[in-house]
Design a protein around this ligand. Sequence first.
Ligand code: PRX
Length: 574
Amino acid sequence: MGKDTIEVIAAEAKQANMMDYEQARKEFDWSDVEKRFSWHETGKVNLAYEAIDRHATSELKDKIALHYSDPVRDESYTFEQLRRESNKAANMLRKLGIGKGDRVFIFMPRTPELYFILLGIIKIGAIAGPLFEAFMETAVRDRLQDSGAVAIVTTPKLVGRVPEAELPELKHIIVYGDEAELAEHHIHLGNAMAEASDEADIEWVDGEDGLILHYTSGSTGKPKGVYHVHRAMVQHEYTGRIVLDLQPDDIYWCTADPGWVTGTSYGIFAPWLNGATNVIRGGRFSPQDWYETIQRYKVTVWYSAPTAFRMLMGAGDEAVQQYDLSSLRHVLSVGEPLNPEVIRWGYRVYKQRIHDTWWMTETGAQLICNYPRMDIRPGSMGRPLPGIEAAILDDQGNVLPPLRMGNLAIKTPWPSIMRKIWNNPAKFEEYMRIDGWYISGDSAYMDEDGYFWFQGRIDDVINTSGERVGPFEVESKLVEHPAVAEAGVIGKPDPVRGEVIKAFISLREGYEPSDELKQDITRFVKEGLSAHAAPREIEFKDKLPKTRSGKIMRRVLKAWELELPTGDLSTLED
Ligand code: PRX
């Protein structure tokens, strides 16, 4: 594309964090950021201390750290209160004999307790495993089994999806809710927290010790446990300052659930490491509730996702006009490609430039971004952070010149990069197959000014509403249905959700295609795996295209769907 065809929305002088990009890149050194934390002197550290306790012993002690609301609750907590509540959680876990390195899972809806517990887990040096509340039994079992979790904190409603009998390593089930609904061997969270002291010793750990395990999907195999360490806080703190642009008076709202990495790195760590007031909204999405949340708390910095912005756009300009959103001063997006049209719309109705940011579960924090002080090119993910070198590589690892499409790669290491895939060194090596580089699995190109443009996934991973779904996981569940012989799953382009899941299915003998059967199969996946992994579309086929080795060729399914040429079919079965 020619330079003069690139649309630009210029940075505005009102943005607080003005700094020259090239200059910042030249002068940047991660060790300067490291010096902001106490381990610089002691060699030991704890992210929960840096995010909460450090502020609770400073002039920020009585500052609101958390505004929480949902349809029934409405609460606020200061840094000091968060310190005490997370100490109680830490003590409760310690009393059960849980300690450094143990995996403790959280499987509950967003409530203040979720945040106390997550911080408590980190305070004792244990490794947190947050799960999305929509997960069903198979999804929960796979993650707990793989990680060897010793404890899970959940609710009476969700505990039925924790298959205890298949989890020999799971010793403690802590339930948050009505005591009457508990089984005898369950621990009641409310009582246990009430008995626990609100003073606790921090477990001082090494920067390279485990912090959190986020399970995410690839195109093959079961979900993989992406393992992050305490040192990641260096990048959380830095990007909170430079990309989120957090200032002392900001009211910050990240709409993501902690079951996904955005909900922890940017829903918990980055804002609190920066001492910001963090808004958490429970309950379901609705444009009215969301705008109400911004109006009510006077949110200044807002981090959300393209699907949400597209839904808000769909709700229309009138919905915006019913609320006072004038507090907003910085808006960001992550998770999927952000359409230029959405940026233009946001600029018109919110009077805000929506800043796209690119990163992944595996990268732990933002890497390529539109900074507050940068001109935005709608459709581009932005430019690499100071301290980050990104490039487009061919399959042999050669760096390609501008405008050539290839593998989006990042020079290793950086502070928040995953340290391993739990139990699966071979998977980890796949990302590191080209010496000195992390291969993201995304394809992109760089323009002549160093802006990166996302083109797609190189593998078959589906991105629906910003959530990553592995086709293999869905296919495996589908073939458990009595009517399904074989299944192939692809992402089908969708104007609101980015992609939706479409399943091609061949039926077993004795079953006939019908709408009822489609519904039944969809329900089966919803109830067995999770709602977001269930196909929105099913198409029955007599036969699915397969390689001679029996692998279903999703590439061909996709070509059918998009009415594209099917490409090289030399490996097709017949
Ligand atoms: O394909 C890219 C897409 O989401 C993938 C990472 O998904 P996940 O690990 O769930 O993390 C999402 C939040 C960090 C990437 O490989 N993706 C993420 N951000 C963008 C994006 N695609 C286009 N533009 C983005 N800004």
